[in-house]
Design a binder for this molecule. Structure first.
Ligand code: PMT
Length: 398
């Protein structure tokens, strides 16, 4: 497949599968390599032979084919490309993706891939509008999966409304947009920390904070969508792993530091995690028992992960960005951290009671650099991530 951009096209079983043949043709004419998986129900609508003839590549159809597994296993198949496109995406495959079910080659590859995913839904209008389908789409979008279409119109079943697969030209445009403007960080390696840390007291208790990981995870997803090879070091959160991001799950600050160290070298490092500043000096291997008086928990300062990475003698990332969670004079308290921690930019946010910055969907950022401070209006954490990534792109393009 050479150096051209490559797509893994997963064709699931719907009447719109016939349009996938035109999609393959259009992708190839744009210089994009196409490798395909045909589900067994898609093979009821179009033949593997027609897909092979158009793509010029072997078509993969069966997870249990020993030949396919020895030639190219499902994991390798899902990673041998730059992007995965599911077109048409039936209600069934969307539901299985949302649940993480992998019971055929297509869904196994989708669960195993570390690449961005675009889906082009196609189904009957009632199925599209069903709460189950809409809830599945919310889940998939939250994971960073890009949804193109469906379009309005008359369906094969005679009903009208949204449900027709987007036209191949529209899907190709989404793919090209992804590969061009959205790949401004291709070749860059990014490290992001996110979420809280848990500092154990005994087998059942720990010191932690209210960080949800929403901000850090959104940043990792935005970096990956821009083409950066992204590693997310995450404390315990309920957030799903973002699509196309390698995630290292940790609990304590010491584990987070070790995971960050092992992820170097990196061009970009962003520290959005709310690392516990202290940990209990002693970990009790037995559960602490109630006695006559409340236990006194002595604490020890945790390593400062941002400061350690920002001051690496040989392995300092080119751009080191910290966050600062402050109350009161937010900018006044955050600015000294720029020098004290040795980072290039600090994104300060107000975490006073009532702001909802910890755990909420919105954030108001003050971006502090040596040269001055920019005050961003309140916006969603996803939008904060996009704005930050735009700044990072400009930094590397200057
Ligand atoms: O997770 P969410 O619910 O979406 O909330 C997002 C957030 C409020 C947690 C996030 O926007 C944020 O502000 N993260 C940094 C929280 C924090 O620990 O701030 P700080 O001012 O205490 O620390 C300053 C910087 O040093 C931060 O980049 C922090 O990651 C880093 N640090 C702090 C202590 C430590 N031991 N190691 C560190 O790396």
């Amino acid at each position: 497949m050479g150096n051209a951009n490559r797509v893994l096209l997963i064709i699931s079983g719907g009447i719109a599968a016939y349009k996938s043949l035109d999609l393959i043709r259009q992708l190839i004419s744009q210089g994009i390599g196409v490798r395909s998986i045909l589900t067994s129900s898609a093979a009821e609508f179009i033949t593997p032979l027609s897909v092979t003839a158009l793509s010029g590549e072997k078509v993969y159809t069966d997870i249990f084919s020993l030949t396919d597994e020895s030639e190219m296993g499902h994991i390798q198949l899902s990673r041998s490309v730059d992007l995965v496109v599911v077109a048409p995406a039936t209600a069934n495959i969307l539901a299985r993706m949302a649940q993480g079910i992998c019971d055929d080659l297509a869904t196994t590859a989708l669960l195993a891939t570390d690449k961005p995913v675009i889906v082009a839904p196609a189904m009957n209008v009632r199925m599209w509008e069903h709460t189950a389908t809409q809830e599945n789409l919310v889940k998939l979008r939250d994971r960073g999966i890009i949804v193109v279409g469906p379009e309005n119109g008359e369906m094969a079943c005679g009903e009208f409304g949204p449900g027709r697969m987007a036209e191949p030209a529209t899907i190709v445009k989404t793919v090209i947009d992804h590969f061009s403007s959205k790949q401004r960080l291709k070749g860059k390696r990014a490290l992001v920390t996110s979420g809280p840390t848990y500092e154990p007291i005994d087998p059942v208790r720990f010191i932690a904070n209210r960080s949800s990981g929403k901000q850090g995870h959104a940043i990792a997803a935005a970096l990956a969508n821009m083409g950066a090879d992204t590693i997310l070091v995450s404390g315990p959160t309920a957030e799903p792993d973002p699509q196309g991001v390698a995630v290292l799950h940790v609990e304590s600050a010491k584990e987070m530091l070790a995971a960050c160290e092992s992820s170097l070298p990196a061009n970009i490092a962003i520290f959005a995690a709310a690392v516990a500043d202290w940990r209990p000096s002693q970990l009790s291997y037995d559960k602490l028992k109630k006695g006559n008086s409340a236990p006194v928990i002595e604490t020890t300062e945790n390593p400062d992960i941002l400061k350690t990475i920002a001051n690496h003698a040989n392995n300092r990332p080119d751009l080191v960005i910290g966050f600062a969670a402050e109350t009161g004079d937010v900018v006044g308290k955050a600015r000294p951290k720029l020098r004290r921690k040795g980072c290039d930019w600090i994104l300060a946010n107000d975490v006073s009671i009532g702001t909802g910055t910890f755990g909420g969907d919105l954030n108001t950022i003050h971006m502090i650099q040596e040269a001055g401070t920019e005050h961003w209006p309140e916006m969603t954490k996803v939008r904060v991530a996009d704005c930050l990534v735009e700044k990072i792109c400009k930094y590397f393009e200057k």
